[in-house]
Design a protein around this ligand. Structure first.
Ligand code: BEZ
Ligand code: FE
Length: 304
């Protein structure tokens, strides 16, 4: 027969009542519980119990919450992470990022990573066209990677990914879009410069067919992410930048369901109609151009 698991429980204060509920639950933690786990659980239990008391939660409402969380879990698989989407839409992902990447003034701000990043994107030379389906309006993206003193950082890795003109990432449409459509990695040159051709991004919906979509609909919230290009910029010794650049003319800038927009990440896009300029840049007709410099902050030293 299996031996019952040995309990290392802490002291019982008293029997559970509404008034002392959080204290009784937290007092059960064993004295040798990992201190950070103790701190996290104490705070979570304290606030969860306070919220339930403030709301006077009904049994039906409690069951709806359990059902929502159960369905959220069932929606998750290797490619769909409904819990991260829940964290994103509750502003939790952006809050954790803000706490952990409070960069010095002047360096590029982070925003949400999102579920469509794929490591090890194909590497291209500067100037490549990453729009493999040819949809949408062409855009030239160019800029520099700099340190805080404005010195170029050569050899920085710039990973870029974006949705196509139909509003989907390549990984959402395997067999429909070419693999690695609008997804690539570039390296900044000796002057810290990078440039490539792509499609001007458009707004698109986050996956809305699960519990998170239901929640947003019930709250009257938009599911459209404002038009953006994703970047992950890394270089040895610097804090990796995970960010977007947004188009300034998107009607959803103020309604981002994942709260990823920051004023400092809204870029200027200019339209060029001159055929000679188009030819010089490798386009067949009118194109947009956006210039963007990434300013990297040194990697924070681990706390002593
Ligand atoms: C994205 O921008 O790719 C994204 C971010 C958060 C949730 C869903 C999509
Ligand atoms: Fe995106």
């Amino acid at each position: 027969m299996n031996k019952p698991m040995e309990s290392r429980e802490g002291s019982s204060l008293a029997y559970f009542t509404e008034a002392n509920s959080a204290e009784v639950v937290n007092a059960r933690m064993a004295p040798d519980t990992d201190p950070r786990l103790r701190e996290i659980m104490s705070v979570v239990v304290k606030h969860l119990h306070a919220a339930i008391k403030e709301l006077r939660l009904t049994t039906d409402e409690w069951f709806k919450a359990i059902d929502f969380l159960t369905r959220t879990g069932k929606m998750c698989d290797d490619v769909r992470q409904e819990y991260i989407l829940l964290s994103d839409t509750l502003g939790v992902s952006m809050l954790v990022d803000a706490i952990n990447h409070d960069r010095p003034e002047g360096s590029t701000e982070n925003t949400v990573l999102g579920p469509f990043y794929v490591p090890n994107s194909p590497r291209f030379e500067n100037g490549a066209d990453i729009s493999l389906d040819g949809k949408g309006e062409p855009v030239l993206v160019k800029g520099r990677v700099l340190d805080q003193a404005g010195k170029p950082i050569a050899g920085a890795l710039l990973e870029v990914w974006q949705a196509n003109a139909d509003g989907f990432y390549d990984v959402q449409q395997k067999g429909v879009q070419p693999d690695n459509n609008l997804r690539a990695a570039f390296t900044s040159d000796a002057n810290g410069e990078f440039w490539f051709r792509s499609a001007k991004p458009l707004f698109y919906p986050i996956p809305g067919d699960g519990p998170v979509g239901e929640m947003l609909a019930a709250l009257g919230r938009s599911i459209y992410r404002p038009a953006h290009l994703h970047f992950m910029v890394s270089a040895p010794g610097y804090d990796t930048i995970i960010t977007h650049i947004f188009t300034p003319d998107c009607p959803y800038l103020q309604k981002d369901p994942v709260f990823g927009v920051k004023q400092s990440l809204i870029a200027e896009f200019h339209k060029f109609d001159d055929p000679a300029e188009a030819e010089r840049r490798g386009f067949k007709g009118p194109f947009w151009s956006v210039g963007w410099d990434f300013v990297m902050a040194p990697k924070a030293l681990p706390a002593a």
